[in-house]
Design a protein around this ligand. Structure first.
Ligand code: SAM
Length: 269
């Protein structure tokens, strides 16, 4: 069982995503636990403000650190920072950042690290999310995602109160919620029991560093285009060979970067 906690000021944007289809069913079956937590619950003052103007001026608003950190602490308890991706204490933090607080001081990548929550800030400046990372995250017990909005999150949160910073690509979204959906779905489907047929995960794109082979279903001929004969031949060895070759050819044609890495790894061509 993996627990996912998503901290956001717009929990309603994610509730439908986490209730439908694969994730909804996995939640119902108790294979994963996915919760959305409203950061605003942890805001203070009569207006429950979660953002404020940037120090130094400039456009837009910045998410305040107090409600986010209070929400993180409420969900993970007295946590320790783990620094899993080798984050450096104070990296990017301005002068005056409190020494001794955060990843470097409390680094806990030890035997019991997997028992602790791992807190991830969704951010365009983060480490690029990949299938490899999804696999790694699926081994955790509790993942906590922090969704930014506006101009982003006060940098002290990034520098001192999260373990990792993850981006889903080199573009800027309006908020971290869509990124959280992407990451939660990609990770959750690797949790044992979420996808009914585990074999379907093993043959998917990126698993081996290649794209998946082309898939077809009925009708056999659609608008004059027939599926490859071999797939209806009943010859399982021939089908497996065709799929392998198609997988390699497709990767070579469509993702030269993946193909080059695959060749370098296995020394084939
Ligand atoms: N001002 C920020 C910048 O230039 O890097 C962009 C802030 S963006 C409008 C607001 C929030 O959306 C971010 O704090 C982050 O949580 C989320 N976000 C935007 N793009 C993202 C991406 N590519 N991957 C993950 N999260 C993203």
């Amino acid at each position: 069982m993996v627990r996912f906690s998503v901290l956001t000021i717009f929990p309603e944007t994610l509730e439908a995503a986490f209730s439908a289809s694969l994730l909804g069913k996995a939640r119902e079956r108790g294979v994963v636990d996915i919760e959305t937590i409203d950061i605003r619950q942890y805001a203070a003052g009569p207006h429950l403000m979660t953002d404020d103007a940037p120090f130094g001026g400039g456009a837009g608003m910045v998410m305040k650190p107090e409600p986010i950190v209070a929400a993180i602490e409420a969900v993970v308890g007295a946590r320790k920072h783990r620094g899993t991706y080798g984050r450096k204490e104070g990296a990017g933090a301005g002068a005056g950042a409190e020494a001794g607080v955060g990843a470097g001081a409390e680094a806990g990548v030890g035997a019991d690290a997997g028992k602790r929550a791992r807190v991830i800030l969704l951010s365009p400046g983060g480490k690029r999310f990949t299938q490899e990372m999804a696999k790694e995250l699926a081994r955790e017990r509790h993942l906590v995602f922090v969704c930014g909005r506006y101009e982003g999150v006060d940098d002290r949160v990034r520098a001192h109160f999260v373990d990792d910073e993850v981006s889903i690509g080199d573009y800027v979204l309006g908020g971290g919620e869509a990124a959280a959906w992407v990451v939660v779905e990609a990770v959750a489907r690797l949790v044992p029991g979420v996808v009914g047929n585990a074999a379907s995960i093993d043959s998917e794109s990126f698993v081996e560093g290649l794209l998946e082979y082309p898939q077809y279903t009925r009708p056999r001929v659609f608008r004059g285009r027939a599926v490859p004969d071999v797939l209806v031949s009943g010859d399982h060895a021939a089908i497996a060979k065709w799929r392998r070759e198609a997988q390699i050819a497709r990767t070579k044609a469509e993702r030269a970067d993946l193909y080059a890495r695959w060749i370098a790894k296995c020394g084939k061509d």
